[in-house]
Design a protein around this ligand. Sequence first.
Ligand code: UDP
Ligand code: LCN
Length: 782
Amino acid sequence: MASTSSALKRSDTIAETMPDALRESRFHMKKCFASRTQEAAVVPPYVAFAVRPNPGFSEFVKVNADDLAVDGISATEYLKFKEMIFDESWANDENALEIDFGAFDFSTPRMTLPSSIGNGLNFVLKLISSRLSTHASCSDYAKPLLDYLLPLNYHGENLMINESLDTVEKLQTALIRAEVLVSTLPKATPFPNFEQRFKVLGFEKGWGDTAERVGETMRLLSEVLQAPDSVKLESLFSRLPNTFNIVIFSPHGYFGQSNVLGLPDTGGQVVYILDQVRALEEELLLRIKQQGLAVKPQILVVTRLIPDARGTKCNQELEAIIDTKHSHILRVPFRTEKGLLRQWVSRFDIYPYLETFALDATAKILRHMECKPDLIIGNYSDGNLVASLIASKLGITQGTIAHALEKTKYEDSDAKWKEFDPKYHFSCQFTADIISMNCADFVITSTFQEIAGGKDRPGQYESHTAFTMPGLYRVVSGIDVFDPKFNIAAPGADQSVYFPYSEKQKRFTKFQPAIEELLYKKEENDEHIGFLADQKKPIIFSMARLDTVKNLTGLVEWFGKNKRLRNLVNLVIVGGFFDPSKSKDREEIAEIKKLHALVQEYQLSGQFRWIAAQTDRYRNGELYRCIADTKGSFVQPALYEAFGLTVIEAMNCGLPTFATNQGGPAEIIVDGVSGFHIDPNNGDESSNKIADFFEKCKTDGEYWKKMSAAGLQRINECYTWKIYANKVLNMGSTYGFWRQLRDAQKLAKETYIHMFYNLLFRKLAKNVAVPSDGYEQPAPKA
Ligand code: UDP
Ligand code: LCN
């Protein structure tokens, strides 16, 4: 725990200040414990505290109840106190298995400023420039960069430089000559016109499509070779022709393009991955064109093939991704010795299949792409594990994404793992998570809080810093949130679907009659119940899966209770089914029943419309805009939301948005500037905040438009897929070089991880039951 120990060295550590404070002021101590203490383990005569003075920092102290002596303790000591409560003999076992990934990172410089968390790329670029300058006195200071450029190729054809430029000096001299040549040409001269003259100097394709672009790229490289700096390095890495083929793993759920949203384990992650692919392909095509190459990029989303596909296309092996030219979904079935599994399996039960899936997927990917991918990205625990296995086997740069890690969702999910394991198999999942976090060259996150949390709540990654599963293993250093592998690249919303209500000529008018019915038709049917008597009122709107955490029932209750709000607006929600017997999900059934009860209790008839879950994103886009036409707003009331795609969809459509202050939306929206935060645990305050807004809109004719425009401005500045794709491709390129610079260290860590995987994960995965029937035999090989 490199970061934590550096935090402990500060002169105002809790351990140092607490004894005085205890003596002097009970008030201050109470305040300290109440606001900063995450956990306390009482093992008389000690009380051990895990204290979190700031996001990303933790300290551990023990207080002796007899004499109030306070001592700082290590993570190991603290975790042992905690274990005493759950499994005393394990806590006292001198040989209990302890995992310390940090031990392999001692030579990796760490960031120290909390404000740098999530901006690892920037830091790594600085590290690379200092590495490349350290040996500036000797001639081969930039050798690692040359060694990286020399093998660049596409299907065996050299790119950028050929083997004649095998020393840095030769490269520098040739660059000067080539720059002179290029400077004599008109800027727009196409590369093929001077390709032959370039070849003679040792240069190949890939520098640019025109003389101007080629000249710029050469100048960048010359400047980096002379004196590297992080800005020039980033520009250079964004131009290198090193990424053409990308594989994204997302095995769980129903991964498809239609009729899948709302099926078990299938939500915003699928929307995210598909939009991500479109954005990455667009950016790749642009980069390839600017590199002057005629290469077809390929992006494959590799998921599970489900023979019992429930009316989806999840039983198709290959499916082209809509609105892309070269990207596909490749589905690979789960295979056991009994055959190919036909049915869907929950993401919690998925672990026994992943190793064989990774093997089979590798063969299919290599056959489909006819080469190794350049970049592998995993999604969620299962996808990340598979990505790690394949990336380390093939030696490929790896990024991971985890939209919502499970560990923080359940209290004491680590210490009580034995209780949870029969249903959730957290022993497998948390093991898979720390394996892939440590394997990954870079981690893509959507928000800062996902990494390091907020004032009161630890981040999803932060919760893997030190934890214990008594009887299994104790992690004293799982991941460090100051590791420069962490990057924030927030997703966007597809702007060809979610665009402002005011762009009249683009509006999907064909949906408007159906939407008019959806919102206002008095008769109830399978798609909508309830009705809106006063159609002139603005609508407050929400759309989500009908999970407890999404809190749609909370919103309905707030509305029901707030007369002022009910007088100002109507409420429309989209989610779930109306008939609880149609659902198989316990949580959803409870929410459906609760919604019906709330409609009765608060007599919402005439002011509330409930629309069933929707699957057509084009119609949904127009629905958001129709709500904007009523001068309404979007409300996202979740108890916790990891990111919140609906928030940015609504803001893209120009809907002023109120969203939960618990999780990602608190970062997406600047409260009172580009929308509003609401507290899901304080319904009265939240519903009054919404009512205040609509009252103000009545007196200030411009207020609604002002907030709508401010939301859009926020989106265009920070939350677009273009920004995302650019960042992620720069990560792939830069971390690809960085891993090469740290080859020996990476190998040592990989060996440790491999041992951990082999000795532990495989055994745990074997303990997860697989269905006894429901298999089919694979087709004989052609
Ligand atoms: N969505 C939908 N129909 C519904 C409910 C949600 O198409 O009935 C879409 C919504 O537009 C968004 C995604 O599902 O694109 C939900 O993503 P979000 O990040 O808000 O939540 P998640 O479901 O991933 O927790
Ligand atoms: C999963 C979630 O729970 C949402 O908060 C995210 O918006 C979605 O994935 C996409 O990242």
